[in-house]
Design a protein around this ligand. Structure first.
Ligand code: SAM
Length: 434
């Protein structure tokens, strides 16, 4: 590795990360990783094929693992290899478990495309995930199971021993998911160019929304480069940004949350669709045929109904849904004129007068009522998650042999308490703003 001004260190808030060993000035390279130290799917595919038995006609041509599948297989097989290789030192730096990633806590002991809720810890975790996290985890589990099935079939077909342990495969899959970098170049037309890689040293950098870095591939030197645009003093933790993600995304994909996340929102999809399904005023005006919801769907406006702490208005999508549903559901309103009025709002026409005042008031009233209920439920979740995170700290883990099955992962419970607390703050603000 080219020399860096970084060293591994432990930090109270973020645990293992990278520390500046001396001042780093804006414009300096944080780290340069030579191409030959990037582990990519192309390298894995070549090395795997070299070990395969002689191909039958046309067989190797169709042998193909996705980038994530190939890298997962590589991590899995390197970790299981009986003899050390040039990469063993790198493999040993990968965390031994990813217990704070919800998927790790819910992927079960046996291959399945559905999350597991067999143990008390799994049931607790599943019951305390915010809906956006639960949705993402269910999708991940399906992908994980698909990758397991496909990888095993593809390797068996070319006579290479496929992964045998589901738990070890889940671990390797999560190592790739939480640690791979995006190379910032698109795949070529045949999907042949690598777009992701595992990168020693670089994958020790933790995330901060305040990191200001640029990332590029320097073709002249054949190096992957990260440059900082802010100053670090000796002893500071040095960060990169994993992207403008809210805490639900960070928790589901990486198993941590960022304090005071500027992208945090709450989502009212469940509340709005439950209300649209059952509200008597809507059923009366539309005959309960879901026509208004279909209008929103056809305009691509159904779902992602969010509220944030700093905005003075609900998100555009939430306003659009509420304006349409509330106007059409008002007693004595004919649906056609309500839809026509809504289309005028959508075109950006300035609406005013008593109708507009009433529409805004109805929206605020709905938000006040709904957010009051969200605040009540999330408050309860905060208490339960704090209790789960706190209670377990006082008892040494080794004194609880079945702890991992009976109690949720401590740091995961802590992260959930943070997400629910944010939900609670946002919901309370909107409940009181009306
Ligand atoms: C690319 S690795 C970074 C290095 C990692 N901390 C390690 O010790 O291997 C990504 C993982 O680091 C952790 N992480 C990254 N940023 C973090 C942060 N701001 N706070 C807490 N954990 C963080 C999460 O566990 C995440 O899955």
């Amino acid at each position: 590795m080219p020399k860096t001004k970084l060293a591994l260190a432990y930090f109270p808030e973020t645990f293992r990360g990278m520390m500046a060993t001396t001042e780093i000035r804006p414009g300096e390279d944080l780290v340069r990783v030579p191409e030959r130290l990037l582990m990519t799917a192309s390298r894995v595919r070549r090395a795997t094929l070299a070990r395969a038995r002689a191909p039958r006609a046309g067989e190797h041509g169709s042998w193909r693992l996705s980038e994530h599948q190939a890298l997962t297989y590589w991590v899995y097989s390197e970790a299981a290899a009986p003899r050390p290789s040039a990469w063993s030192a790198y493999i040993r730096t990968i965390p031994a478990d990813f217990g704070s990633v919800p998927l790790s806590a819910l992927s079960g002991d046996r291959p399945s495309d559905a999350v597991s809720t067999s143990t008390p810890a799994e049931r607790w975790t599943a019951a305390h995930l915010p809906r956006p996290v639960a949705r993402r985890v269910a999708e991940q589990q399906e992908r994980l199971f698909g990758d397991w099935t496909r990888t095993r079939a593809a390797l068996a077909a070319i006579g290479v021993a496929p992964p045998a342990s589901w738990r070890r495969f889940v671990w390797a899959w999560l190592a790739v998911n939480t640690r791979c970098i995006h190379l910032g170049r698109p795949a070529d037309a045949g999907g042949n160019q690598d777009t992701i890689a595992l990168a020693p040293v670089l994958d020790m950098l933790n995330h901060s929304h305040h990191a200001n870095t640029t990332t590029c591939y320097d073709a002249a030197s054949g190096q992957f480069v990260i440059q900082t645009h802010r100053r670090y003093q000796k002893g500071d933790e040095v960060f990169i940004s994993y992207g403008p993600h809210d805490n639900c995304f960070l928790l589901a994909e990486y198993g941590f949350v960022a304090a005071c996340n500027p992208y945090q929102t709450i989502e009212l999809d469940h509340e709005l669709s439950a209300w649209a399904d059952t509200a008597p005023e809507l059923r009366a005006s539309t005959g309960g045929d879901g026509r208004l919801v279909d209008i929103l769907r056809h305009r691509g406006l159904w779902g992602e109904f969010t509220l944030s702490l700093d905005d003075s208005e609900p998100s555009y999508r939430l306003q659009a849904a509420l304006r349409l549903l509330l106007a059409a559901g008002k007693r004595g309103t004919d649906t056609t004129s309500a839809v026509a009025q809504w289309e005028r709002w959508r075109r950006g026409e300035q609406l005013s007068g008593p109708g507009e005042v009433a529409a805004t008031a109805a929206m605020r009233q709905w938000l006040g009522r709904t957010c009051g209920e969200v605040a009540r439920c999330s408050g309860q979740m905060v208490r339960e998650a704090q209790e789960a995170a706190g209670a377990s700290w006082s008892v040494p883990l080794e004194q609880q042999p079945s702890a991992e099955h009976s109690r949720p992962h401590r740091f995961l419970a802590h992260c959930l308490s943070v997400v629910w607390l944010e939900t609670n703050r946002i919901a309370l603000q909107w409940a009181h703003a009306t």
